[in-house]
Design a protein around this ligand. Structure first.
Ligand code: BGC
Length: 789
């Protein structure tokens, strides 16, 4: 009888491991292949599953697979099933072996002679090793790779490695291995992410689209079919913009510029609004806009900067430590999918400021102190938010903020001046690359910040808005002001190149602009340019065809996939700073005493820009409410669910149980956003230093977890801790911390900021880029630092 069960089990396994995929070629109306189109399952549960067509328009979207969501070991071995293409930033140094397909041959390129042997190995889609195809020392040049004969039609992973640098691509083999396409570039190391696909319930259809084209849906009859040529038709957006513009009165044009802080059906109609801030779930304003003469739909903007509503991801500073562009792309797709069903179509994200001092209250909003890390993440975040198809129900417009050099103000002051380098050349080398990367990735909008640059406020900075961004870089989306920055200087703000005006007074603003037009202070061309840019994005978003969100997305706000991706982000964002005596990982059978309010407080874990109070507040400054979001997990709860020993908890260090084998203490900052977080001293509080010291006085090993929006001067904390973990502002998935503390996953995070040894070292950054520095000396931990156990 037992034998019988065993063989049934095997059959099931074989069934699930057979791999099927839908392949095809995306072409336009002239049958020309369309690269970089987005292919998505339309089944709502699988909306995070997508691939992009390659340079020859080919795509291969593997069948969704059902996963056991509770089996962590499964995530470790089967993650290559995540069929989301990783898009390497071509500028990143990682892209060492340029793997390419030319005709029917597969090549890779080496740019410099390798000292170590270079190997090429083949794996199946689940990461199971198949064969070494190549292994020798090579001069620089192009090398042909021969695939084994008799490969079946499925997705394989090809890994090229020289021992230290790995590059992985997915290749989809079809036609009995005589033909194949590059489906993906990804890193093998990234697979233990915990990302899974959900079950697809029925054979469905796939959606093929690209910004600027009318999308197509094709029915799927089986998951192993070749869909052949899939046609998408180019839309002449510029012609549509021009023709609509030619119908508009001045009042209608001026209305397009307005973005008040809220709207109703009647205000949208009365003021001919083009936009408003913070869609909160009402169809009213859009209905109002659609009942005007020209029925121009609204742009609706909101700040989903690290997820929202039920699942919050680590803030960008932690995402920068993952160095994982696939995870960032996925995360931003999920932020969009939580934001969209509140009737929003523009996310005021990503913040890609390169913060050069940790004194700023916005450090955590940016990915890194280096332009390189910020740039690769900027591209990934734009790809995540917008996909390559803005008309998709799962994408929205991204906003790059805060142009220009928002992270470069003196002392990190939110409203300060960027004068932290001797000239604009240096400022531009440090602060502009992520914006350039975001613009190149197709970002629909850019927000200017509160700062001034060498004395000129960004609100009126023609040189940086019009000359650099629009003229020099060719940015063709719209530029939005920050909150109220046009106030009192509306005309110069518009003449500087702003197209959309956040939080203006709808009663006075239109008259100011109309008067300026009649006095020739604003030209007709400038007005038309602004409106043209706004309409262009509305057409690209497909709002004229369908201005309504897919409200079914509201049913997935805390779906397992969202939580799993967020948890994977948490794991990879953690940076292990110290691990004496192999204190980590903690044995799952140890008795763990957890200490500190920060260990059991979601509000603290999420930081600013998080509605964690449970009252539906907007959450700008965050909250200190411990358990405001049902289904979320604090650090303590994460530990409780993984640890099999006795877990005890206290907010202070007075009653440490004698039976405890290890103490996990969490300390950090209380939430803040923007100027409320600007500091002159970033030394962690004495209370928190004392708390860690009291834990250490017990003689038990102490693991300290830092919940902070920035690196802080830690004084006595490192010495009083056997292990030290920077957890940043990890969001709602505290389980991700427990995963790593107890050894289910190792630490991989690398610091995205230099960690100062003392406050006086601020500003302290890696390398010498020519901008301001503090007192000098060695940092406590350098940029890029991060241990594993
Ligand atoms: C912030 C922006 C944000 C805007 C709208 C401003 O205070 O600086 O980052 O997008 O508010 O909420």
């Amino acid at each position: 009888m037992q034998k019988f069960y065993f063989s049934v089990f095997l059959v099931v396994l074989m069934f699930f491991s057979s791999y099927s995929a839908i392949s095809g070629v995306v072409v336009d109306q002239n049958n020309t292949p369309v690269p970089d189109a987005m292919i998505t399952y339309t089944n709502i549960a699988n909306r995070v599953v997508y691939v992009y067509s390659n340079n020859s328009g080919k795509f291969c979207i593997p069948a969704p697979t059902e996963w056991n969501l509770n089996d962590l070991s499964m995530y470790k071995t089967t993650l290559c099933e995540t069929q989301i293409r990783k898009n390497f930033n071509n500028n990143t140094k990682n892209s060492n072996f340029n793997i390419a397909i030319n005709g029917k041959s597969l090549f890779f390129t080496i740019n410099q002679t390798s000292e170590k042997p270079v190997s090429a190995s083949l794996y199946d889609s689940k990461g199971k090793f198949i064969a070494v195809l190549f292994n020798k020392s090579l001069d620089k040049g192009n090398y042909l790779i021969t695939l084994p004969k008799n490969l079946s039609n499925q997705v394989y992973l090809l890994k090229i490695s020289n021992g230290s640098i790995n590059e992985i691509v997915q290749i989809a083999v079809y036609g009995n291995s005589s033909a194949f396409s590059l489906a993906d570039k990804t890193e093998l190391l990234n697979y233990p992410n915990g990302i899974r696909l959900a079950k697809i319930n029925a054979i469905d259809s796939i959606r093929v689209g690209k910004t600027g084209y009318a999308a197509t849906k094709i029915a799927i009859n089986s998951y192993s079919e070749n869909a052949g040529n899939v046609k998408i038709t180019k839309v002449d957006i510029e012609r549509r913009v021009d023709s609509l513009l030619s119908l508009m009165t001045t009042d209608e044009k001026v209305g397009q510029l307005l973005q008040p802080s809220g709207a109703s059906e009647s205000s949208a109609k009365t003021y001919l609004l083009g936009s408003y801030l913070k869609g909160e779930g009402s169809a009213g304003p859009m209905n109002g806009a659609l009942s005007t003469r020209l029925k121009i739909p609204l742009l609706v903007g909101n700040d989903f900067v690290h997820g929202g509503r039920k699942v919050y991801f680590p803030h960008n500073i932690g995402m920068g430590c993952t160095r994982d562009t696939l995870l960032v792309e996925l995360a931003y797709r999920i932020y969009a999918m939580c934001c969209i069903p509140l009737y929003n179509n523009v996310n005021f994200a990503p913040c890609i400021d390169v913060h050069r001092t940790d004194l700023s209250g916005r450090v955590y909003e940016g990915f890194s102190e280096t332009p390189e890390v910020a740039s690769m993440m900027a591209r990934a975040a734009v790809r995540g938010t917008q996909g390559t198809d803005l008309t998709s129900p799962y994408t929205m417009a991204a906003t790059l903020k805060h142009w220009a050099a928002g992270g470069g103000t003196a002392q990190g002051k939110g409203h300060g001046d960027v004068n932290t380098a001797p000239n604009m050349g240096i400022i531009s080398q440090i602060h502009f690359p992520p914006f350039r990367a975001g613009v190149n990735a197709g970002a629909a909008s850019v927000m200017t910040g509160y700062q001034s640059v060498f004395g000129t406020p960004m609100a009126v900075n023609t040189q940086l808005v019009t000359d650099t961004l629009k003229n020099k870089w060719g940015f063709d989306g719209f530029v939005v002001t920050d909150w109220g920055t046009s106030s009192g200087r509306e005309v110069s703000c518009m003449n500087a190149g702003h197209d959309l005006f956040m939080t203006i007074d709808v009663n006075s603003f239109p008259n100011i602009i109309k008067n300026a037009l009649s006095n020739n202070q604003i030209s007709q061309n400038r007005l038309d340019d602004a409106v043209r840019r706004l309409l262009r994005i509305k057409f690209r978003l497909g709002l004229f065809e369908n201005p309504w969100p897919d409200l079914r997305l509201n049913n997935y706000l805390d779906s397992d996939i969202y939580r799993a991706v967020a948890r994977a982000c948490v794991r990879k964002s953690l940076v292990l700073l110290k691990n004496e005596n192999s204190t980590l990982p903690i044995s799952k059978t140890a008795n763990v005493h957890v200490v500190g309010e920060w260990a059991d407080n979601l509000g603290y874990q999420c930081g600013g820009w998080s509605a964690t109070s449970g009252t539906g507040d907007e959450g700008w400054q965050g909250s200190s409410v411990a358990h405001g979001i049902p289904g979320a997990t604090t650090i303590l709860q994460g530990i409780q669910s993984i640890c099999k020993g006795t877990v005890t908890y206290a907010t202070n260090a007075s009653n440490i149980p004698a039976s405890a084998n290890v103490i996990v203490v969490a300390v950090g900052e209380t939430p803040y956003a923007e100027d409320a977080g600007d500091r002159t001293d970033i030394t962690i509080s004495t209370d928190h230093q004392n708390l860690v010291a009291s834990c250490a006085a017990s003689g038990k090993p102490v693991v300290t977890i830092l919940i902070t929006g920035r690196p802080m001067a830690l004084n006595t904390i490192p010495n009083n801790s056997k292990a030290l973990v920077a957890a940043w502002l990890p969001g709602t998935e505290g389980g991700g911390i427990a995963d790593v503390l107890f050894g289910d996953y190792n630490f991989t995070g690398k610091l995205s900021h230099t960690w100062p040894a003392s406050n006086s070292q601020e500003p302290i950054n890696t390398g010498n880029m020519g901008d301001a520095t503090g007192s000098g000396g060695n940092p406590l931990y350098p940029f890029g630092y991060g241990l594993s156990y």
